[in-house]
Write a protein that binds this ligand. Structure first.
Ligand code: FAE
Length: 547
């Protein structure tokens, strides 16, 4: 896979080869054709609530990217795995016959235990968009800390349920800044290809893209980027492109072309339920407890770890508290989930030997959003595919990689929307607030300024060239910058600091971290391929030496 080593994000040669390998490796258990992706009923591991008092060889906390890789590889090595997931299993249709709610019509399924939506774009044409909804264990968590709102997926499949599917391998020359203690050659030769294959990553057909009405917004994005001299790069995705073509042709129920993304995709997207978790389930060695939340892990008297788990109902009330024992525990609750849990367990004495790096090194992947108002001759299209395919790469010169994002409103908006990933030096710390009974995060709103400055290196120039301006009607109060949020929380339990160089937590043998919390705050691109590849690397070593 050496061609990837010199290519930018989304090099076509790389991901085409990755996709071919991926299809081959997955076909045996879960065919990844459009038939398999037409419905969301997963082949995921069977949901079977864990029994109080159970003893399991391996317990995995969380079912996102890191957890799914761990479960699959451990099961393939012959180990029985039980996964604990606080969100729902997302396998049962709602009253409208669909499993997931549409982005334009949020309902009880859309948000995690909120009575009012908290949409990333809070306003449109100046009008507030948020509305009241019934409190429910919905799919998207907008978790609020004092300086930032962190969006995360909740349910079996974690972030793969809600994300845009952009599957980006960082430029190799940037990798040393992402994970300095990891051998880049191994990652680019072995683990990135393995991750891309396992995730079912592929490129959009360029000829189709050039003519598809649903990518007019992306072609406008390309035109403006190139006219200002910025490199415009295609990025792969995990969406089933054949399915999207059929959506465009009106032959199948629409998902990406019906704006579905933030609250789940009913069709087309290869979330973890259809890839890693389907394969894990097919081993017969993996079970999952949905609507169960791990609240404590502590050394058990006879060896292993005592794990306390709360079972919750769909309004978030605890209906049972279970205590089980696990020989080994993998923390895969996501950057925020794992960091919060371990920070509290260290501070309260449950895991006293964790080192002082736990809770540190958290970053927002430099996320900042903005919109531009185009001229009337640069319409971006009424129907926009919710799956992004491209970005503007100004990382080396200006510290920003900007995803050309969809704005699937169903009407012509003449707007271009961007999610920029930027070089932001600020890192926050989690701390246990005993008085309030919660874990706080030290991120400050003002810390987004370097991200805004980096994004401006692209968009000030494009605006000057095109004679256009920033949109000020998306984020409330005439704000131009969406600087209040991140989709990409990273770090908090950083590799080779809070853990050894393979995710083993210091001080407590048999405890591992295997999710985005290992990556120290920035991945230079969208992070899930790097999270998956790092998990593949670490679990291979752990299986070889610890089991
Ligand atoms: P994650 O996928 O968050 O999984 C953690 C799981 O643990 C979740 O299912 C939690 O519910 C569960 N959990 C947490 N605490 C507990 C507990 N105490 N007990 C039991 N379960 C627990 O972690 N990334 C990209 O690369 N490309 C994109 O296009 C992209 N778009 C995104 C769009 C949105 C709206 C969002 C929110 C994220 C997006 N991301 C994207 C980020 C990506 O989804 C994220 O980095 C990964 O999902 C993180 O993977 P982890 O395995 O770390």
């Amino acid at each position: 896979m050496s061609n990837n080593s010199t290519s930018g994000p989304g090099s076509r040669g790389f991901s085409r080869r990755g996709f071919i390998a991926g299809t081959g490796s997955i076909l045996g258990v879960a065919a990844l054709g459009s038939r398999a992706t037409a419905a969301v009923r997963p082949g995921a591991a069977p949901a079977a609530a864990i029994a109080p008092g159970a003893r399991v060889p391996v317990l995995v906390v969380g079912t996102g990217y890191g957890g799914s890789v761990a479960a699959l590889r451990l099961a393939q090595a012959g180990v029985d795995v039980h996964m604990i997931e606080m969100g729902m299993s997302w396998d049962t249709p709602g009253p409208d016959g669909k499993i997931f709610a549409n982005t334009t019509k949020p309902d009880h399924r859309s948000f995690w235990l909120r009575t009012k939506t908290k949409q990333p774009l809070s306003n449109f044409l100046g009008f507030p968009l948020d509305k009241d909804i019934p409190r429910h264990t919905g799919i998207l968590d907008a978790e609020e800390f004092s300086g930032i709102t962190v969006y995360q997926g909740r349910g079996v499949g974690g972030g793969s349920l809600v994300n845009g599917g952009m599957a980006v391998t960082p430029r190799r020359e940037n990798f040393g800044g992402v994970l300095p203690s990891v051998n880049a050659a191994e990652m680019y030769d072995v683990y990135y290809p393995r991750a891309n294959a396992g995730l079912g990553v592929s490129d959009v057909d360029p000829a189709w893209w050039e003519s598809a009405a649903c990518y007019q917004y992306a072609r406008v994005g390309r035109k403006h980027a190139q006219r200002s001299g910025f490199p415009f790069v295609f990025v792969p995705n995990v969406y089933d492109w054949d399915y999207m073509k059929q959506e465009a042709a009106g032959a199948v129920p629409k998902s990406a072309l019906d704006g579905e993304v933030l609250y789940g995709n009913n069709y087309g997207k290869k979330s973890l339920q259809k890839t890693y978790l389907a394969r894990a389930g097919a081993t017969g060695k993996v079970t999952i407890s949905p609507l169960h939340r791990v609240t404590s892990v502590a050394p058990a008297a006879g060896g292993g770890y005592t794990v306390v788990i709360e079972q919750i109902n769909t309004t978030g009330d605890t209906t049972a508290t279970k205590t089980v024992t696990a020989d080994k525990v993998f923390f895969a609750a996501g950057s925020v989930g794992t960091s919060k849990l371990l920070t509290r367990l260290k501070a309260t004495g449950a895991l006293p030997r964790l080192n002082n790096e736990v809770g540190k090194g958290w970053g927002d992947n430099g996320n900042v959003m903005c919109g531009r108002a185009n001229h009337m001759w640069d319409a971006t299209g009424k129907v926009q595919s919710s799956m992004p395919t491209a970005g503007i790469d100004n990382w080396a010169a200006g510290g920003a990689f900007a995803e050309v994002a969809p704005l699937p409103t169903g009407i012509e908006t003449y707007a271009s929307l961007y999610l920029s990933i930027t070089k932001n030096p600020h890192r926050a710390e989690f701390s246990w607030n005993a008085a309030a009974g919660r874990t706080d995060l030290s991120w400050q709103t003002a810390w987004k300024q370097p991200s805004i400055d980096a994004a401006r290196t692209i968009f000030d120039k494009i605006n000057a060239k095109e004679g256009t301006i920033y949109r000020s009607d998306f984020f409330g109060g005439s704000k131009i910058w969406g600087d209040h949020l991140t989709y990409h929380p990273l770090g908090g339990v950083v590799l080779d600091r809070a853990t050894d160089n393979y995710g083993r937590l210091h001080g407590h043998p048999g405890l591992y971290v295997i999710d985005g919390s290992l990556i120290p705050g920035n991945a230079s691109v969208n992070p899930f391929v790097t999270i998956t590849a790092l998990a593949e690397r670490n679990i291979e070593r752990i299986i070889a030496t610890d089991l």
